[in-house]
Design a protein around this ligand. Structure first.
Ligand code: NDP
Ligand code: 8X3
Length: 257
């Protein structure tokens, strides 16, 4: 396992769910963490917790990944001791709605496309040149089973995650000849704020998604991300699909009600 205590890791979407779980998994190994999300107060809570548990210092970025100039300025203005990013975890993302495509909400579509595709591209574009120049780095994109299989009502969200799959593959190809690694971690059902966000705050509807199943936890996914990041430098894990034992595909779920 490669050591993380000298590495700087930027995690987007670190205020909740999988991103917050990654922060914990990497803090345990004393990595230098840059935590990014829009909700600064949530980031501050996480940072305080991590400092209390593991004594780590974090650098917080209140950042909307959809805003290209904010991403550019956030990356270009990192304090020198935080500016050499070794691992970028492109985790910020969301789904909005489960409407049929022909009845879909334009704003929902734009939010998903802007966050899941364009946000991931902006971070990648501003961070990866430094990795190439320093001859060291790893980009870990959080895709989804939704990028491999489309399900009813998933239309645009599935499209964004299919785009993440293609972008990850493209980045791997474009970085051939450099030591920079590229990975996609693609989970099935994980219980986080994801469904609450998908259903615009309808917690009752969100709870039903996980009723009668044992979903993955954010920590389960963070474990896998941690594994990918800690392989020896010559090993690239390209793609991992993980799902709960209670799930066999995007639509096949063993629900014990
Ligand atoms: P959560 O809703 O718990 O976390 C999403 C994170 O993304 C939050 O920290 C949120 O922070 C951040 N985020 C959303 N929009 C933006 C933005 N515009 N700028 C910056 N940060 C943003 O969900 P998950 O942890 O489940 O989701 C993490 C990733 O995992 C997503 O890419 C999702 O698509 C993917 N995924 C989730 C699965 C699941 O079943 N839960 C399964 C497969 C993949 P804030 O609101 O503070 O900005
Ligand atoms: C999240 C998993 O199946 O809700 O990406 O799309 S799913």
């Amino acid at each position: 396992m490669i050591a993380l205590n000298t590495q700087t890791i930027l995690i987007t979407g670190a205020s909740s769910g999988i991103g917050a779980a990654c922060a914990k998994a990497f803090a345990r190994e004393n990595a230098k963490l840059i935590l990014a999300a829009r909700r600064l107060e949530k980031l501050e809570e996480k940072a305080w917790e991590l400092n209390k548990l593991y004594g780590v210092e974090t650098h917080l970025l209140q950042l909307d990944v959809c805003d290209r100039s904010s991403v550019e300025s956030a990356i270009n203005n990192l304090p020198p001791e935080w500016s050499e990013i070794d691992i970028l975890i492109n985790n910020a993302g969301l789904s909005r709605g489960l409407d049929k495509l022909h009845e879909g909400d334009f704003q929902d579509w734009e939010e998903m496309i802007d966050t899941n595709i364009k946000g991931l591209l902006y971070l990648t574009r501003y961070v990866v040149p430094g990795m190439v120049a320093r001859g060291h780095g790893h980009v870990i994109n959080i895709g989804s089973i939704a990028g491999h299989q489309t399900y009813p009502g998933g239309n645009v969200y599935c499209g964004t995650k299919a785009a993440v799959k293609a972008i990850t593959e493209g980045l791997k190809q474009d970085l051939l000849g450099t030591p920079v690694r590229v990975t996609s971690v693609d989970p099935g059902m994980v219980e986080t704020e994801f469904s609450e966000v998908r259903f615009h705050g309808d917690t009752e509807r969100a709870k039903k998604v996980y009723e009668g199943v044992t979903p993955l936890t954010a920590d389960d996914v963070a474990d896998v991300i941690f594994f990918c990041a800690t392989r020896p430098n010559h090993v690239n894990i390209n793609e991992i699909i993980l799902m709960p034992v209670d799930q066999a595909s995007a639509t096949l779920v063993n629900r014990k009600l």
